[in-house]
Design a protein around this ligand. Sequence first.
Ligand code: HEC
Ligand code: HEC
Ligand code: HEC
Ligand code: HEC
Ligand code: HEC
Length: 443
Amino acid sequence: MKKFRVLFSVLLSAAFLISACEGPMGPPGANGKDGADGKDANETCKLCHNNNVVQAKEVEFQISKHKYGEVAFEEAGTPGCAPCHLSEAFKYVCANNVPSTFTLNTTTGKYSNDFVATAMTAFGDLTCSTCHSSLHTNYESTDFMPLTTTAAVPMNMWKGTKTINLTQDNSFSNLCVKCHQPRPLTTSTTLSNGDVIDYNALASNPSTIFYDSSVGNATPNKVVPSYRFHVHYGTVGAIFAGQGGVQFSGTLAYENSAHTTAASCQDCHMTTLSGRAGGHTFSALGNFNGCNVAGCHSTAITSSSTTFWKNPRADIQALLNSLAAKINSVGGGTDILHSDPSTDTNLWAGLTTGNYDGYLNIYDPGTNPGGVWRNPAPAGTWTQAQKDTNSALPLFPSLNNAMMGSMINFQLCLREFSLGIHNYKYTKALLQNSLDALTAAGV
Ligand code: HEC
Ligand code: HEC
Ligand code: HEC
Ligand code: HEC
Ligand code: HEC
């Protein structure tokens, strides 16, 4: 604690020095009364710096992927990735209200994403102060609140035209969704204008050709399929809120489960610790405490419950498997979806029978050297041997809007990870209606 006392007196003298430079001194005033004795700085610090508060949360936080995940290190200095992966950048986009829109550059005719941080702020591991913006402001326990943001979240994937606003439990879920939202899927800036792919157009014209394989890497194709042709990883926010998918019309209506308005992220992910989950681990894996608090499920839910755990998850898993099979059938005997059984490299290993990860099995010498489909857009930087390997592979098939939209829905529903627990009704409708759209399109 001695260290803290020294630090505090340094802070006090620094404050004095700053106020000393503030301008000409006024006339001397009358002598005031001596002030009351101040609180012992050490006591103030102990409000938080003790085993039950800061230290306890720090220990839980050690097993949170926010802490041990490696992307904050890998993407340091990258303004486009930074808003969700780097602490200073997250604080920057929140404080400056950086919009989720896209802007058209009228000179180049190309769109660019406005939801980016600056080069100077693209740094910092996710820490306590990423979410708790007022730490060390008043040195009171109230410094833990407010959180960095709880404002409604305009979705970047929809260029800000749709907003997620989860108002239950002080709107804290909006903090999570600001980062746990999908990224926009855009058209190519060489073949097209880099604008966001319009999900409504995909849903309303399912049999229109989206990608013509006989044309390949040329117009009128606006996008060329590749290994990482995807909506990114943070799909939970969109699925939870029931507004992220390509909503084909089909047998099921688009509705939300009770969780969307009644439960908050912290209810299930920050509940009383159990195993390696709960509290500031932010994990829900195997921890059912959140389901069973007062006001939620009155009949206790456990890992062996059928109605509220096993059955809905089995349903969603079966639909994911059927949709994967139908999407793969486009390849005429060779899967187009990439499969990876390793739990080290595939976050969703084991969720589907085929261990899909949502990528396409297209050749790429760096990221997918074992790819079985020819890359329609080989890079100039590839070696001749890599180009030869690629041209020996079969031509990737054409895709219509039903196929493209179903692939997006497959990624969204696989990567929300909970097999429907986040929003069972919406997940089920997206998957079932994708199957219907593919059947109607003759797949
Ligand atoms: C409102 C609760 C709270 C109070 C009161 C508080 N701290 Fe902190 N302090 C924190 C948190 C939270 C962290 C971040 C811990 C981490 O990153 O693991 C922190 C971190 C620190 C650090 C590590 C450096 C840093 O900034 O991350 C020092 C040093 C520190 N506090 C000193 C003090 C001193 C001295 C006092 C009393 C004058 C004090 N704190 C009062 C919550 C508090
Ligand atoms: C500043 C952005 C940000 C905020 C805010 C945020 N997260 Fe995260 N979260 C991430 C990132 C980025 C990762 C992955 C880190 C990595 O792998 O390096 C992650 C990982 C996770 C994981 C682990 C996922 C896995 O694959 O194991 C869970 C669970 C999680 N977050 C839940 C939450 C909850 C609940 C909240 C709100 C209380 C929240 N997050 C708030 C960015 C954020
Ligand atoms: C809109 C917020 C957002 C942006 C922007 C973003 N990410 Fe992420 N990213 C996330 C979240 C949230 C996760 C964790 C999702 C989970 O595990 O459920 C994640 C996960 C990842 C992972 C997987 C980490 C693992 O645990 O395996 C990688 C790799 C990654 N991001 C790289 C990037 C790169 C590179 C960029 C920039 C091109 C980027 N991200 C931009 C939100 C974002
Ligand atoms: C990803 C965002 C996030 C990070 C990172 C984070 N917290 Fe929190 N913290 C929250 C949220 C959200 C709550 C409110 C939870 C609830 O109400 O159930 C909270 C609550 C708390 C509380 C209880 C405050 C109160 O007034 O009830 C303390 C103490 C706390 N956090 C400390 C920490 C410390 C210490 C760290 C770093 C080791 C940390 N937090 C990191 C999001 C975060
Ligand atoms: C009704 C409870 C519940 C709510 C509410 C909830 N989750 Fe989850 N979440 C789960 C379950 C259950 C899992 C999967 C854990 C398992 O398989 O055991 C999960 C998984 C996740 C994962 C992947 C975790 C991993 O370990 O890979 C992330 C990220 C996540 N949730 C984020 C969120 C966010 C963000 C919110 C709020 C928008 C949220 N969750 C709301 C129950 C919930």
